[in-house]
Design a protein around this ligand. Sequence first.
Ligand code: PMP
Length: 400
Amino acid sequence: MGRGFDLEARLQSREERGLRRELAPVDRIGPTARRVPDPGADVPAFDANAEGLLVFATNDYLGLAGDDRLAEAAARIAHEFSTGAGASRLVVGDTFVHRDLEHALAKSKETKRALVFSSGYAANIGTITALAPDVVFSDELNHASIIDGCRLSDAEIKVYDHCSATDLRAAMDRRACESDEEESWLVVTDSVFSMDGDIAPLSTICSAAEHYGAWMMVDEAHATGVYDGGVVGQLGLEDRVHIQLGTLSKALGSQGGFVAGNETLIEYIANTARSFVFSTGLAPPAAGAAQEALRIAQMTDRPRTLQDRADHLRSGLKDLGFEVLGETHILPVLIGDRENAVALDEALRDRGVLAPAIRPPTVPEGMSRLRVAPTATHTSEQLDRCLDAFEAAGEEVGLR
Ligand code: PMP
């Protein structure tokens, strides 16, 4: 046995607990895609579906990841600058492509500055660990990259009930009684929650934070590009939120993450966030593509189209008798029982629709759901095909 690692046994255990996942390539990123056989495998990873699946499973909400304008921007920058940054931004990996994008992001967030990271994950862990708060108050459904940032930062973590400014305030009151006034406090929340499709009550959360002079950090990963200026911008909270964070990898169809805030914050993060300092700068073509996406999101009606698509699908699903959670472009269809959710997922795939089941441990027991994420590039006809598939699959599985 020795002192090594029995990875086969660990994988087997995950398999038995239903936690083993498979990498499965698709032939394109867009409203439709085909599972393709993995060239390295003896057998196809999935049955190739000749028609292609209708995909309601990406975070490419504006349908820009396959857009020619982004591809052209990326290609131009790859030719003019390089495909990779070649070094950390602080060494020689800093280019005007990064600066232009950061300028555009800061403008859209109405902040003085912004800083791009190689992913949203890196932005979250880098920012929270660099701040090194004494205490973090964190929504119970915050994304894993926030949770990991909090853990790595060594802060004392106080988890408050999902979207509850009341529970947050109660947690702050309790902490205030048992600690001194010198402690640094950070309140952190997603704006749009990816698995519930709901929006944090940012104004009341800001008020709770302000009562104690705590700093506010909002992760706008699922709102960036979807709402102009994010939810923070829509609510006019720019002056009350100290740290706005986002990703370039979802609605902006590229890769990377960013943090936006005042001059001192960004200067400090650029000097101390380890995932920024000790990591190669964002690839310039990714930065160029994201900037083009930001321009399209701001100058065209794509975000409006996305909302129309989501409204259409939401009311169609409700008419079929399904319970749809949240209020955004992400439509979680609540099923409850995990076996039923998996059965519906499979029955939908048989009908050419990919809307993945989300089960425990990602969501609580009894709250399994299908996460249906339309994009601005799904046609009305494709949405109707999706609804037809839900109707037939729901009947087959006995959920209607
Ligand atoms: N924050 C949230 C709320 C997310 O959902 C994600 C990605 N799922 C991230 C951060 C990480 O972003 P990225 O994919 O760019 O690493």
